[in-house]
Design a protein around this ligand. Structure first.
Ligand code: LLP
Length: 469
C-alpha cells in the first residue's frame, strides 16, 4: 500500500538535482493526497511509518495523534530505529571508514548515545556540543572539533576534555592552539582546505570554493602555508587533511573530484615535506529528499565510488591509502524526524487558502533561509474530502513564514493535526525563541513506546534569562 523509502537504493535514473534556491513554489503543491481513496506516499517518511487505520499515521509504532495528545504541539518526534538504521547503513556503505555524525544537524543526549552505540564518532563545532557529548559518556578521542572561528573557550574545552582531533581552519589558530597546550602535550590536528569545487543545495551552504569563510585555499597557497606551519609545531601532530564541499549535495561526482584533488595535495605534502599523512576527511553534505520524488545521495553508491577513486588515485600517486573519515549529519538525523503541529486557522484570501499552524520559523527556519518546501499531511482524522492546494504557514509575524505548498483535504480546519516529515536535521538545532514562542519538545518513538528526550521550552524558561529592569 505504501511506497517504501530505502536508503540503499539509488535515486531513480534521470532524476536531476533541483537546487534548493529554485524551490520556492517550484513544481506546485506537493504532499500526500489525504483523501480517503488515495494511497499515501510514505517515501520520505521513516521506514517505520504506517497507517494502522485510514487517516491515522504512526511512527515507531506510536500514532502521531497520540504523541500530540500526550506532549502537546508543536512537537518533534524522533524515530530511534531510523537513526540507528541510518548509522548502520553508513557503516555498511563505508567499511573501514571512520563515520562521524555531524552533531550540528541535531544533538541531544539520546543522539549522543545512539550514534555512539552504533559505532560512529562525532563532529562537533562548539564547546557546547562537545561538553554535552562528553558529559553524556561519548569518548572524547572519537570526537573531531570544527569551527572557522573557534573561541578561546572552544579550544580550552577541547584540550581539557581531550578531544581526538582539532580541524585547523585559519592560520591564527595554529599558534593559539599550540600555545594552549601544556609542555609534553601533543594534539592531533587536520587542516581544512578549500578544494575549489562548487556543490551544495543552496548558495548559503556551499563551502567548497574560495568565495566563503571556511577552510584554507589550495589555489592561493594558504593551505600549503598552514600545513608547513603545523608541521613546524612540535606540539601539533598533523594526521591529515579535511574538506567539506557543502550541504544537501545529491550527486556523487563532486566527492569523486574532491578525492582526486585531495590525494593530489597529499602527494605534494609528501614531495615537499617528506611526510605521508595517514588520514583524509571528506566532510559531510549528503543530500536527502524532503518531498516525494526529490533526488538524494545514496550512501552505498557514494561509498563504492569514493573508495574506488581513493584507491585508484593513491595507486597513481604512489601513496598508501589514507584512512577515510566522513561526516554525515542531515542524512542520519533528517529523515528520522517528524514535526507535528495543530492547525490554528484556515483563511481564504483571493484564490489562495492559508492553513496556519502553531509553529513555524521559530522551530524550522529552513524555509525562510533557503526557500525549502516540505510535504505536510493531515494525521489523526480520516477525511474523505478532495485534496486542494493550500499554503501552510507558521504563526510568526512575517509573510515569509511559509512551510509548504501542499495538497490537503478541502475540509482542513482548526484543530486538525499536520505532520511534516524529514524534520530531524537543522530544525530544532537552528530554532529560536522568536516572538517568545518556546522551542518544542523532542519525543523519541520506538517499538510502540514514546518517551520525552527534550522538554518544551516554557515561558518561565525564557523569562528566567531576563534579569534586568
Ligand atoms: N562537516 C562539516 C565541516 C560541516 O560544516 C557540516 C555542515 C557537516 C559536516 C554536515 O553536513 P550535512 O551532512 O548535515 O549536510 N543549516 C543548513 C545546513 C548547514 C550545514 C553546515 N555544515 C540547512 O538547514 O540546510
Amino acid at each position: 500500500m505504501t511506497a517504501r523509502r530505502t536508503i540503499t537504493v539509488p535515486a531513480p535514473a534521470g532524476v536531476v538535482a533541483e537546487p534548493l534556491d529554485a524551490a520556492p513554489g517550484a513544481g506546485g503543491p506537493v504532499g500526500a493526497p489525504s483523501g480517503a481513496s488515495a494511497p499515501a506516499d510514505l517515501s520520505v517518511w521513516p521506514a517505520s511509518a504506517a497507517e494502522p487505520r485510514a487517516g491515522d499515521l504512526s511512527v515507531g509504532g506510536v500514532p502521531l495523534a497520540e504523541v500530540a495528545d500526550r506532549f502537546g504541539t508543536p512537537v518533534y518526534v524522533l524515530d530511534e530505529g531510523e537513526v540507528r538504521d541510518r548509522c548502520r547503513a553508513y557503516r555498511r556503505a563505508f567499511p573501514e571508514v571512520e563515520v562521524l555524525y555531524a552533531a550540528k544537524a541535531f544533538l541531544c543526549r539520546a543522539m549522543v548515545r545512539w550514534t555512539g552505540e552504533e559505532g560512529l564518532g562525532l563532529d562537533v563545532c562548539s564547546a557546547g556540543e562537545l561538553e554535552l557529548a562528553v558529559t553524556s559518556g561519548f569518548p572524547a578521542d572519537r570526537i573531531v572539533l570544527h569551527g572557522n572561528a573557534k573561541s578561546p573557550q572552544d579550544l580550552a574545552t577541547a584540550l581539557r576534555l581531550g578531544v581526538g582531533r582539532v580541524v585547523i581552519d585559519s592560520t591564527a589558530e595554529i599558534s593559539r592552539l599550540a600555545a594552549a597546550l601544556g609542555p609534553g602535550d601533543r594534539q592531533r590536528v587536520l587542516v581544512r582546505v578549500v578544494p575549489g569545487i562548487a556543490a551544495g543545495g543552496h548558495a548559503k551552504i556551499r563551502t567548497g570554493t574560495e568565495d566563503q569563510q571556511f577552510g584554507l585555499s589550495v589555489r592561493d597557497g594558504h593551505a600549503q602555508h598552514a600545513i608547513a606551519r603545523v608541521l613546524d609545531q612540535p606540539r601539533l601532530r598533523l594526521t591529515g587533511l579535511h574538506c567539506h564541499l557543502g550541504s544537501q549535495i545529491t550527486e556523487v561526482k563532486p566527492y569523486v573530484t574532491a578525492v582526486r584533488r585531495m590525494v593530489g595535495l597529499l602527494a605534494r605534502v609528501r614531495d615537499q615535506h617528506g611526510v605521508v599523512l595517514p588520514e583524509l576527511d571528506l566532510g559531510g553534505g549528503h543530500g536527502i529528499a524532503y518531498r516525494p520524488g526529490e533526488p538524494f545521495l545514496d550512501p552505498a553508491v557514494l561509498g563504492r565510488r569514493v573508495r574506488a577513486e581513493l584507491h585508484a588515485a593513491c595507486a597513481a600517486a604512489g601513496l598508501p591509502v589514507p584512512r577515510l573519515i566522513i561526516e554525515p549529519g542531515r542524512a542520519i538525523a533528517g529523515p528520522a524526524g517528524v514535526a507535528v503541529y495543530h492547525v490554528l486557522a484556515v483563511k481564504h484570501t483571493g484564490d489562495r487558502t492559508f492553513v496556519a499552524v502553531d509553529g513555524g520559523m521559530s522551530d524550522n527556519p529552513r524555509p525562510a533561509l533557503y526557500g525549502v518546501r516540505y510535504a505536510p499531511r493531515l494525521v489523526g482524522r480520516d477525511s474523505g474530502a478532495d485534496p486542494v492546494p493550500v499554503t501552510v504557514v507558521g504563526r510568526h509575524c512575517e509573510a515569509g513564514d511559509v512551510l509548504a505548498e501542499a495538497l490537503l483535504p478541502a475540509d482542513v480546519r482548526p484543530g486538525d493535526l499536520l505532520a511534516v516529515p524529514v524534520a530531524g536535521a537543522y530544525h530544532l538545532a537552528m530554532a529560536s525563541a522568536y516572538n517568545m514562542v518556546g522551542r518544542p519538545p523532542v519525543v523519541a518513538v520506538r517499538d510502540g513506546l514514546a518517551r520525552l528526550l527534550v522538554r518544551r521550552e516554557s515561558a518561565a524558561d525564557l523569562a528566567s534569562r531576563d534579569v534586568g529592569v
